[in-house]
Design a protein around this ligand. Structure first.
Ligand code: SF4
Ligand SMILES: [Zn+2]
Length: 122
């Protein structure tokens, strides 16, 4: 769910039009193409990455109030500054990964465990 930019009602995030005020929420009638919309009398280009790096050649630049390609400049910068978080898998997957990385040690440990089991079973 997301909020309609015009009437602020909660609407399905896949909705092409707002069911309350009929504002177009997606571009070309396709739920997979978001249509970004400026608030009030502002222009999207003022905060857009492609305006900042001068790579946009859309005709509505620099006065776009709706745009399918808009990317917030500050959000892009934040993403570039935030280091990616690598999460190591846990459980069986983590154990398998550890064994693949430390084959020699895993082999020695397996031998020790088998020897120990043989010894205590006598
Ligand atoms: S991509 Fe859209 S919002 Fe960004 S500069 Fe171009 S026209 Fe403006
Ligand atoms: Zn609405």
């Amino acid at each position: 769910m997301s909020n309609c930019p015009r009437c602020a009602q909660r609407v399905d995030s896949q909705a092409v039009k707002c069911p309350y005020c009929r504002t177009t929420l997606k571009a070309f009638g396709h739920p997979g193409i978001p249509l970004h919309r400026a608030e009030g009398e502002t222009f999207l280009c003022d905060s857009c990455t492609y305006h900042e790096d001068d790579s946009c050649n859309y005709p509505q630049r620099p006065y776009a109030q709706t745009c399918t390609l808009y990317q917030n400049y500050l959000e892009t910068q934040e993403q570039q500054l935030t280091p990616p978080v690598y999460k190591s898998p846990g459980g069986i997957e983590g154990f398998k990964l550890w064994c693949q990385r430390n084959k020699g040690l895993a082999f020695v440990l397996a031998l020790l465990i088998i020897s120990f089991l043989v010894t205590i079973s006598r």
